[in-house]
Design a protein around this ligand. Structure first.
Ligand SMILES: Cc1cc2nc3c(=O)[nH]c(=O)nc-3n(C[C@H](O)[C@H](O)[C@H](O)COP(=O)(O)OP(=O)(O)OC[C@H]3O[C@@H](n4cnc5c(N)ncnc54)[C@H](O)[C@@H]3O)c2cc1C
Length: 485
């Protein structure tokens, strides 16, 4: 049985398998507890979901092995320090801890990490026009987009869909008519509601950090429910972040579970059984295996869909693993010798734009000057287009855009770096979003326990650090319940 599945594994192959398939499979380090112990748990992925799950399980006395493909913890929490001078750093992955992020805040507090409030947006740069946020709001200026209301940057699309709210009495028991919205995209719905093309364009930019897909890929049901709950991002959203760098949070978790983590071990095969799961992973040029009575899969579905799964999960779970939608995201961090954006007459230090860079803002507010870092958040088709360029040309384009907004930028330019998450081998995307036909039930399916397999990760709850931790804690509770702890 074991040999047959290994042959199939080799025949079907998979990402990065060429070297591994040349060498024999060996059984790797085993759990420290006895083989008959039901307290052994294998966790895959040392992002915040896997780390928080492993942490909670270890606290409860479980024997945990955590397999991680990279040589560092944190996954999409990625703080770059090296390319910058004077102790500056930049968040190339997750950035904001919102005021409602109770899980992220709870663990920050536990580990003695302070959450800093970021500065709010103070500039707008769209269709070549500049606005200070204050003037824009005070004087009720109107954006050069047909259908935009005076003094209003966010949610200009809302008035076209408000009549749908009247049909919703109980959000947990939606009428058929509303549920049907799952079948169409945001762009289709807005067109149906006679919103001008400009409103769809404006929505694309104001929604740039919330959704990293195009409006014609986004689910209209999720869009209407988001507006109904009034949960969208806006210029007053309190965007905190961890003082000294977000990487401190996964690193603190990792320290606590340090003896359990095996780094540089990409999982390539998962063979599910009713009582035992066997996992094959790359281990220094060979494939090693570990067997465990229980597994928590906390890796993104964008990568899990490339892992060979023997004895597949139920059809709806496999559909979800294969089809769950991820967007495109790219961040640039640029170091300048002076913080010209703070000078009088500047467009601002934190700017909304419809340029390919989308959001451009002073990141180093809590870091020593005079040097400073501008960070950008580029998503959806703009990230995709920039991603087709070489790294040199991507940066050239970013510098051009920044120079168009602040004339002094080239004078003070020193250094820059870019991270495109869609070319990251262990992510290949941004974060999960609802595609057309993938209503909110999709996340429930993604997170549903399947026998001895549990699932964690932002894709099972909400695309955030908070969501990842929440899912890890939830999976640890499921495991405890399953073994009667
Ligand atoms: C550019 C960007 C900006 C973001 N901004 C914010 C923000 O401002 N605020 C916020 O709260 N969230 C933000 N997020 C989302 C946030 O980063 C994620 O929701 C969260 O970090 C996901 O955690 P996770 O544990 O689910 O997944 P991940 O962090 O992706 O962790 C999964 C782990 O699995 C590992 N893995 C993958 N394949 C394998 C394999 N084959 N074998 C073993 N291990 C494997 C990966 O290396 C990784 O370490 C952002 C994300 C990105 C990319």
């Amino acid at each position: 049985m074991f040999n047959k599945s290994r042959r199939e594994f080799i025949k079907k192959g998979g990402a990065g398998l060429a070297l591994a398939t040349l060498t024999p499979m060996v059984t790797a380090r085993v759990f420290s507890s006895a083989p008959e112990s039901d307290r052994r748990v294998l966790v895959i992925g040392a992002g915040l979901a896997g780390l928080s799950c492993a942490y909670e399980l270890k606290q409860a006395g479980f024997d945990v092995i955590l397999l991680e493909a990279r040589t560092r913890p944190g996954g999409r929490v990625r703080t770059y320090r090296d390319p910058f001078a004077d102790g500056l750093y930049a968040e190339m992955g997750a950035e904001y801890v919102d005021s409602s992020d109770t899980y992220a805040r709870k663990y920050c507090k536990k580990f003695g990490l302070e959450v800093l409030t970021a500065k709010l947006y103070d500039g707008i740069f769209v269709r070549g026009k500049r606005y200070s946020m204050k003037d824009f709001k005070d004087n009720k200026q109107t954006l050069p987009f047909e259908g935009a209301e005076p003094g209003k940057l966010f949610a200009n699309e809302r008035k076209y869909i408000e009549h749908w709210f009247e049909k919703i009495e109980d959000i947990n028991d939606l009428p058929k008519e509303v549920l049907e919205l799952d079948k169409i995209s945001v762009a289709q719905l807005l067109r149906k509601e006679k919103a001008p093309r400009d409103i769809v364009d404006l929505y694309t930019y104001t929604n740039a950090t919330e959704s990293t897909i195009r409006p014609d890929q986004a689910n209209a049901l999720g869009f209407v429910l988001g507006h109904y709950r009034a949960s969208g991002f806006n210029e007053d959203t309190d965007e905190g972040r961890i003082l000294g760098g977000n990487d401190q949070l996964p690193k603190r978790f990792a320290q606590e579970v340090s003896d359990s983590i095996m780094y540089g071990k990409p999982v390539r095969r998962i063979s599910m059984g009713k009582k035992v799961v066997e996992v094959g992973f790359e281990d220094g040029g060979k494939i090693s295996t570990i067997s465990s009575p229980r597994i928590v899969i906390a890796m993104p579905f964008s990568i899990l869909r490339k892992v060979r799964i023997d004895n597949e999960f139920p059809a709806d779970k496999m559909k979800c693993i294969r089809e769950l939608q991820y967007g495109h995201v790219m961040k640039f961090a640029m170091q300048f010798k002076q913080r010209f954006w703070d000078k009088p007459g500047s467009l601002g230090q934190r700017v909304f734009s419809d340029t390919p860079l989308r959001r451009i803002y002073h990141f180093s507010i809590d870091q020593p000057g005079p040097r400073g870092i501008l960070l950008t958040f580029t998503s959806a088709e703009d990230a995709q287009k920039l991603g087709k360029l070489s790294k040199v040309n991507r940066m050239k384009r970013a510098r051009e855009v920044v120079s168009g907004m602040w004339s002094e930028a080239e004078t003070y330019w020193e250094n820059g770096t870019v991270k495109y998450w869609n070319e990251d081998p262990f992510m290949q995307g941004s974060y999960s979003t609802s595609g057309v036909g993938h209503s909110k039930g999709f996340k429930d399916i993604a997170g549903r326990q399947e026998g001895i397999a549990h699932f964690a990760g932002e894709h099972t709850v909400a695309a955030s650090m908070n969501g990842a931790i929440k899912s890890g804690v939830r999976a640890s509770e499921e495991v405890k319940k399953a073994v009667g702890v």
